[in-house]
Design a protein around this ligand. Structure first.
Ligand SMILES: NC(=O)c1ccc[n+]([C@@H]2O[C@H](COP(=O)([O-])OP(=O)(O)OC[C@H]3O[C@@H](n4cnc5c(N)ncnc54)[C@H](OP(=O)(O)O)[C@@H]3O)[C@@H](O)[C@H]2O)c1
Length: 331
């Protein structure tokens, strides 16, 4: 096995911050039971933050970001995995405090590894990645809290982004009427092709208001945005409806009242993908390979770029400019 390989490394020293490609060896990789030859990774908002000095994602430097990876087991000291197995890994400390997926080889803990489910290729797994898993987790939680297609329309905010695009495509295939809120007028046709039947402007869903309650509109929602958009969703969710909140691209603060909770019995569901227990995680990955698998995963949502274009892809997601999912071809 070749021991020298390419990785995207960020570093912060007294001289400043650097980000770029470096040659590493297997001895540079952190401890773990499973060595993976990485085939694909992807770009998430968190990876964008990991690539800039003020991002507050990376705990120690030098570091290899990339919260998602999919590839083939090269070596394993854990009996659950053997050389040649196709696997994926996302979440936990990967790409945050443990070297991640922007590297031709990754060594990870066996407890973080998910066997590639039947029905997904390695590339499809990374078209989904953390974004797809989060969309699946959010929809699962909404349905667990009573959401059904006949309850009414579901609004997806930050719609043209990774979680939003995948969420729309899954929900519409499950029979929901889906509305999409976007700040990009150029993406209306794309969102309709994914299954949105109504497009709402970001202006409308992020407007501030002093009214604690507004007309009941949404049976459920997937919220990438947070801030004033989450406050809008709380004011406009129908009686007994639920909001799955997982993002903060529009800001971390929330200004609301208790009235929608105590007068309309709405549910605000916090969605956290990183520490989701493995049993539910594996279950949701199997669903993403079957009834949750987005019909437009590779033809519309995911687009592949070579590893050399990773820096531009990271800069684009930080500007909110990504459509769908960027898949990084690693080796
Ligand atoms: N809780 C978790 O476990 C978890 C897991 C994954 C992701 N997340 C979070 O979920 C969010 C979405 O992730 P993602 O991977 O889908 O990111 P993404 O691909 O960058 O999508 C985010 C979308 O939000 C919208 N947006 C961007 N800037 C905005 C602004 N200033 N105000 C309002 N909307 C804005 C844009 O969509 P439009 O242009 O269409 O409006 C953008 O495409 C991020 O905050 C991410 O950190 C959380």
């Amino acid at each position: 096995m070749s021991t020298a390989f390419r990785a995207f490394v960020v570093n912060k020293t007294e001289e400043g911050f650097t980000a770029g490609f470096k040659e590493l060896t297997l001895a540079d990789l952190p401890q773990g039971e499973v060595l993976i030859k990485v085939a694909y990774s992807s770009v998430n908002y968190k990876d964008g933050l990991a690539s800039i000095p003020e991002g507050r994602i990376v705990r120690t430097y030098p570091f290899v970001p990339g919260v998602d990876l999919a590839g083939i087991v090269a070596e394993s000291s854990d009996s659950r995995f053997k050389t040649g197995d196709e696997v994926l890994a996302t979440s936990y400390e990967l790409g945050v405090s443990h070297y991640g997926g922007y590297s031709e080889y990754a060594r990870v803990k066996a407890d973080w590894v998910v066997p590639l489910p039947d029905g997904l290729t390695l590339k499809e797994a990374m078209a989904l990645g953390t974004a797809g898993f989060t969309a699946a987790l959010a929809i699962h939680q909404l349905e667990k809290n009573g959401l059904k297609p006949q309850n009414g329309p579901v609004l997806v905010t930050g719609a043209s982004g990774g979680v939003g695009s995948i969420g729309i495509n899954i929900l519409s295939a499950l029979g929901y009427t889906v509305a999409a809120s976007t700040g990009k007028s150029s993406e209306h046709d794309y969102l309709k092709e994914l299954g949105a039947s109504e497009i709402i402007s970001r202006e409308e869903t992020s407007a501030e208001s002093n009214r604690p309650l507004e007309k009941e509109r949404w049976a459920g929602s997937l919220d990438s945005v947070g801030g004033s958009t989450l406050a809008y969703l709380i004011r406009t969710t129908k009686y007994g409806g639920s909001i799955a909140a997982f993002g903060n691209t529009g800001g971390p603060n929330l200004n609301t009242t208790v009235f929608p909770f105590i007068l309309r019995a709405i549910n605000l569901l916090g969605i956290e993908s990183v520490n989701c227990p493995m049993e539910l995680r594996s279950n949701l990955w199997r669903r993403l390979a079957s009834n949750y698998k987005p019909g437009h995963l590779l033809d519309q949502i995911g687009h592949e770029v070579p590893l050399e274009e990773l820096p531009q892809a990271l800069a684009t997601i930080l500007k909110g400019g990504t459509r769908g999912r960027t898949i990084i071809k690693i080796s």
